[in-house]
Design a protein around this ligand. Structure first.
Ligand code: UTP
Length: 477
């Protein structure tokens, strides 16, 4: 009975694959253990060829033109420190943001579905241990920041975490093993993003094994559809959550709920807002906030024409200086609106190395890019919004991501920046620190988010510490 059902499913899959010129996906069927056959058919059945075939034509067999509008100008942004005539507006924003959080209108959203290939850590990136003294994981630091916010605003705040089919189980287990880091388990909602197959340059889907397709997460832009398909969007609306504070999993310095940012978003009627940073150099590998025909957009560093990347204003400042760091506030009803028709954000093509099974059944680890992966990017939602604002933040206070195993944006630079920030807060509090000839703190410092979330809170708590000596390891909680 079971076998005949499987055979029927096999024949149906074979028919579809042959029509779509992907018949090779079943070429090892006869060699497969019967237990492995069902899951392979499940994967094949989940493929939406009406969506994939046009994408293969436009994004795999061809390289889509990257059209940068001719009339782009630098995007306006709210400065970190308000100008004298903005001070009242920022105070109002702070009040509005704080009220929205206290009233339960804001949830935290972390995208954690990425593969973290550059870091090369064996596990979900959120489980990577980063804090300089206690070696806390990224997830623990965000959880403690959320707990501190719950204490500050005197209420439970929901945390939505996007996983991928590959790391979902590991992430859920990680939270369970650590008792949700003190959070209430019912305040943490995991949801899983969609996947897309990897293609060879002839548009054929790749097999990762004889019994499974090479699938990868569909990009952080997949968050919007995943919120809908998982039912989280309905839950958010049911719980009267109106705003999502969107952060990536790799930046432990991020302010998980920034009342001023949230308040500016509300006060300005924005549908999706973004934080920016002044770029370090003309060609820094971050997206550029630009406007064209009144629409805000992010132009990737690789797409910004050279003359614009190097353009400077008469006063010497860089013309396109606002870099995107993937911190957003997003309206829940904007997500509802965008996903109503089930249509997605545009796809971006990336040529990557993807291990695969060749026609002889051999496992190949390619040395060079051999495949096309397609991903959606969250910032493609910006030009679709009726209103979208940018708020500048401060790099040493808020941004030091863990992307690479070594070099820039690595665990080493991130821990260094965490220590530097702690040192700055301590010095502001009048506490003397040993330093080396380069001016770097000559001690290892860590301030728990549960002690203070920002400079003001740190100073208000008036920390009292014994003298700190060269080489000391100091944890403040
Ligand atoms: P990155 O662009 O840094 O990609 O993701 P990555 O997959 O984590 O790392 P590499 O490129 O393989 O080294 C930025 C953020 O977006 C999330 C990541 O988890 C990270 O928080 N992301 C990325 C997803 O949630 N899903 C995706 O499909 C891609």
């Amino acid at each position: 009975m079971l076998t005949s059902k499987l055979t029927r499913r096999y024949r149906a899959a074979q028919k579809i694959l042959t029509a779509r010129k992907q018949g090779h996906l079943l070429r090892f069927w006869d060699q497969l253990d019967p237990i492995a056959r069902g899951p392979l058919l499940d994967q094949i059945q989940a493929l939406d060829f009406d969506q994939l075939d046009p994408l293969i034509l436009t994004h795999v067999l061809a390289k889509p033109d990257k059209i940068v509008p001719a009339n782009i100008t630098p995007a306006p942004f709210f400065p970190r420190q308000p100008a004298p005539d903005q001070q009242d507006f920022y105070k109002r924003a702070h009040r509005l943001g704080s009220e929205a959080i206290s009233q339960g209108k804001v949830a935290l959203l972390t995208v954690a579905g990425g593969q973290g290939t550059r870091l090369g850590f064996d596990g979900p990136k959120g489980a990577f241990c980063i804090s300089p003294v206690r070696n806390k994981s990224l997830f623990q630091l965000f959880a403690e920041s959320l707990l501190a916010n719950q204490r500050r605003y005197q209420r439970q705040i929901a945390w939505y975490i996007m996983t991928s089919p590959t790391n979902d189980r590991q992430i859920r287990d990680f939270f369970a093993q650590h008792d949700y880091f003190g959070l209430s388990p019912d305040s943490v909602c995991f949801f899983t993003q969609g996947t897309l197959p990897a293609f060879d340059f002839d548009g054929k889907l790749l097999l990762a094994a004889k019994d499974s397709l090479a699938l990868s997460p569909n990009g952080h832009g997949g968050t919007l559809l995943a919120l809908k398909s998982s039912g989280c969007l309905d839950k958010l609306a049911h719980d009267s959550v109106q705003y999502l504070s969107y952060i990536q999993v790799d930046n432990p310095l991020v302010s998980v709920l920034d009342p001023v940012f949230i308040g500016l978003h509300i006060a300005d009627d924005s549908e999706i807002s973004s934080k920016s940073l002044p770029k370090i150099d003309d060609l820094e590998r971050v997206g550029n906030f630009c406007t064209s025909d009144g629409k805000l957009m992010v132009i990737e560093y690789s797409d910004l024409p050279d003359d614009l990347a190097h353009a400077h204003n008469p006063d010497g400042s860089r013309t396109f200086n606002a870099g995107s760091i993937a911190i957003h506030v997003i309206n829940v009803d904007f997500v509802q609106c965008l996903t109503q028709t089930g249509s997605s954000l545009p796809y971006h093509r990336a040529e990557k190395r993807v291990a695969f099974i060749d026609a002889e059944g051999l496992h190949i680890e390619p040395a060079d890019p051999n495949a096309v992966k397609l991903e959606m990017f969250i910032f493609d939602a910006l030009p679709v919004a009726a209103k979208s604002i940018v708020f500048e933040t401060d790099r040493p206070e808020e941004f030091s991501p863990v992307k690479n195993a070594m070099g820039p944006d690595s665990p080493r630079t991130c821990r260094r920046d965490m220590i530097r920030r702690a040192a700055r807060w301590l010095r502001l509090a009048g506490i003397e620190l040993p330093h080396n000839p380069q001016g770097e703190p000559a001690c290892t410092l860590e301030i728990s988010p549960l002690f203070a979330l920002d400079t003001d809170e740190f100073l208000a708590r008036n920390p009292q510490l014994p003298p700190i000596k060269m080489g000391d390891r100091v944890y403040i909680e």
